[in-house]
Design a protein around this ligand. Structure first.
Ligand code: PLP
Length: 425
């Protein structure tokens, strides 16, 4: 080993990766060789200094590759949970770089010189954009925001939810599970397709702590259906002095119709329609970092902030910095579709996607080989991540078929998000 490591061939490898890693990789390569030799498959040529250096260099190069890698999103779904959802604008990237490399006033009040509350750095902006009285942010997810809300307001008490809204969002996220994790008792009312105001009314007993509505993000109930609207439910909640919480899921801050996109209730409208609390994600339609946002009545937000779980879920400085930068863009709605990356992808003109699809086509044709025919064609994209589940957006994509024309292959769409990713790469 000493002799091999001291050889001229290994100089560059050691210079690149250091002696410790190179030694370990060489040991592993020689172990592999011995195993092969015992199986009668090894060649002595592989033990030359140059051959060993090549093997070790290749092994180290593979190991040096990051496990978290950038990929092309050619799925046709703009906000894809498995691909990391929203892409953030430069403003957010700058803000994160700043707090990563410098100290910041995360919990320090620069006006009074006293200890500060990290929520204060951002809650004003959230209230301004949603019209809410109070706001708090938690690290990670809307799921965390719901867990905290339920723990703080309904532990050991009942939460009344329509059977039509007891959903699974994806992965292991199910409303009933979150409910039991939070120690709350689920009181189901109505049926899968129809729930009436009277169902809620009849269910309110002495143990009731909260009325809850869950936005149907990733499904639609159609046919013979009846849902109790927020406007109908709010007076009941008020009369019985029970808070009304809405899990809005995606939670857009602006009306998407102005850009020709399908309609989705905004956080402001939801609060105005009578929700005392609204929870939503930071990295869906909002276009920001992964986070859970809770907005609503000041007294309820204050109660939520006092719960011990809040400390465990407190928002980190990277999330704070990037979320603030993204929210600031919303102050200029006129330019939002150019500056907010998610919205730019969602509002991309079909022509731009056609050009992107045509430009990507030859590369995919080369990869696929002669057995396949790759063509650029009009098709549809979707927003994704539990936003507007039944709406599709006109798009352009790449279709892959067997060249014989007999068996149609799968379709790869160059999504609104996807081909913008190709730019400059
Ligand atoms: C997406 C979604 C959630 C979960 O949000 P995460 O940020 O993934 O935790 C919860 N409820 C609804 C209605 C959703 O659409």
């Amino acid at each position: 080993m000493e002799r091999v490591l001291a050889s001229r061939e290994f100089e560059a490898v050691i210079a690149g990766y250091g002696r410790t890693q190179t030694l370990a990789a060489l040991r592993a390569s020689l172990d592999d060789w011995r195993r092969d030799a015992r199986a009668g498959r090894a060649s002595v040529d592989a033990l030359g200094d140059a051959a060993l250096a090549r093997t070790v260099d290749a092994a180290l190069a593979k190991r040096a590759q990051s496990n978290v890698r950038s990929v092309f999103n050619l799925t046709g779904t703009v906000l894809h949970t498995n691909l990391g959802r929203a892409l953030l604008p430069d403003e957010a990237v700058q803000a994160v770089a700043e707090v990563l490399t410098r100290q910041a006033n995360v919990e320090f009040d620069l006006d009074t010189g006293a200890r500060g509350d990290r929520d204060d750095l951002i809650s004003g902006l959230i209230c301004e954009l949603t019209g809410a009285e109070g706001a708090t942010v938690v690290e990670q997810h809307n799921a965390a925001a719901m867990l905290l809300t339920l723990s703080a307001l309904a532990s050991r008490k009942e939460v009344i939810v329509s059977r039509g809204e007891l959903v699974e969002i994806g992965g292991a996220f199910r409303i009933p599970d979150i409910m039991s994790r939070a120690g709350a008792k689920l009181r189901e009312v109505g049926t899968t397709n129809r729930t009436h105001l009277k169902d809620y009314e009849d269910a309110i007993g002495p143990k009731a702590a909260l009325l809850m509505k869950v936005h149907c993000s990733n499904y639609a109930v159609t046919g013979f259906t009846k849902e109790v609207s927020l406007a109908e439910l709010a007076p009941l909640a008020k009369a019985r002095a029970l808070p009304l919480a809405v899990d809005l899921g995606s939670g857009t801050l602006v009306d998407l119709v102005q850009w020709g996109l399908p309609r989705e209730a905004t956080v402001r409208e939801t609060a105005a329609a009578g929700a005392d609390l609204v929870t939503f994600s930071g990295d869906k339609l909002l276009g920001g970092p992964q986070a859970g946002l809770i907005v609503g009545r000041r007294d309820l937000v204050a109660k939520i902030k006092k719960h011990p779980l809040k400390r465990a879920l407190r928002v980190g400085k990277l999330t704070l910095a990037s979320l603030e930068a993204v929210l600031r863009l919303y102050r200029a709605p006129e330019t939002l579709h150019e500056r907010l990356t998610t919205l730019r992808f969602l509002t991309r003109p079909t022509d731009a996607m056609r050009i992107a699809a045509k430009r990507t086509r030859p590369a995919l044709q080369r990869m696929a080989g002669d057995a396949y025919a790759v063509t650029a064609e009009p098709m549809f994209s979707q927003i994704g991540s539990g936003a507007l589940p039944v709406d599709v957006l006109p798009s352009y994509g790449l279709a892959v078929r067997m060249a014989s024309g007999k068996r149609p292959g799968g379709q790869l769409t160059a999504s609104r998000g996807g081909c913008a990713n190709c730019r400059g790469r």
